[in-house]
Design a protein around this ligand. Structure first.
Ligand SMILES: [Zn+2]
Ligand SMILES: [Zn+2]
Length: 273
């Protein structure tokens, strides 16, 4: 299984980091977790395309995690002519969100159908609202879900993917909680959106101070990885975004709590498990 960090950024615009998303390649099955800014461009960089997706898993409906879902939908539609369904899974509210996205896309869908004889129908979507604890499969990838905690954002869902004996947990924005521990238990790779709470605390900006209470700090992520017995901790959605020369400092801080491998990097960093 390859885990490609297609977007390591956050809501803060960054010239080098796309918004939050992660692409999992499990054999021939490509699964996208979240669809932040620039995701389709980064998927191309990762050797994938929306038309190759077995499914999209959404962790929550914060804009930074879903703002480019419309691009995934449109690109999938145009490249498959709507002959193949795009499966989208997410917490309750996802189906309504996608339905509203489709209203916004109505003019484009009309233009393209009018212009291309080959295109006779609109996007072919299968959207499933999930409840924590739901289990399902995408091809030969087994997926387990659990509730995460990102209040007041509710509901939020984390995912555990299993394929040919390899396991990965991708849990989105959350503070440490039993659901995350459950998904991370013994995994080969635990992908966590992470903030440096020690740095954010020093920034005199009220809206940045607000993010402290609903994200995992670097120490939180490392402690969760250790407690749940993860083999690797993979950092993404880093706030503030580190420069490469700061990566060793992030790794060293995580290593105070966790003695497994810690991965931090640029967009398209790939972890093979
Ligand atoms: Zn969020
Ligand atoms: Zn976020």
């Amino acid at each position: 299984m390859d885990i490609v960090l297609t977007g390591t950024g956050s809501p803060i615009p960054d010239p080098n980091r796309a918004g939050p998303s992660t692409l999992v390649k499990a054999g021939d099955t490509h699964i996208l977790v979240d669809a932040g800014r620039g995701v389709v461009m980064r998927m191309a960089g990762a050797g994938s395309m929306p038309m190759f997706l077995g499914g999209v898993l959404i962790t929550h409906l914060h804009s930074d995690h879903v703002c480019a879902l419309n691009d995934v939908i449109t690109t999938h539609w145009v490249m498959t002519q709507g002959n193949v369904p795009l499966k989208i899974f997410g917490p309750v509210g996802t189906a309504r969100f996608v339905e509203r996205q489709m209203h916004a896309l109505e003019p484009d869908v009309g233009y393209r159908i009018a212009h291309h004889d080959q295109l006779t129908r609109g996007p072919n979507l299968e959207v499933t609202d999930l409840s924590p604890g739901d289990r399902f499969e995408i091809n030969d990838v087994a997926i387990t879900t659990a509730a995460t905690v990102h209040a007041p954002v509710e509901p939020t869902i984390g995912y555990r993917l299993e394929h040919e004996g390899s396991t990965a947990a991708l849990v989105g924005d959350t503070i440490p909680c039993p659901g995350v521990d459950e998904l991370v238990a013994g995994v080969d790779a635990y992908v966590q959106t992470t903030i440096r709470d020690d740095i954010v605390k020093l920034i005199p900006n009220e809206m940045l101070q607000d993010i402290l209470d609903y994200h995992s700090g670097l120490g939180d992520a490392a402690q969760t990885a250790a407690r749940a017995g993860a083999k690797r901790l993979v950092l993404t959605h880093m706030v503030p975004a580190p420069q490469p020369e700061q990566y060793p400092e992030w790794v060293a801080m995580a290593a105070e709590h966790f003695d497994g491998e810690v991965v931090i990097g640029d967009d398209l960093t790939t972890v093979t498990i």
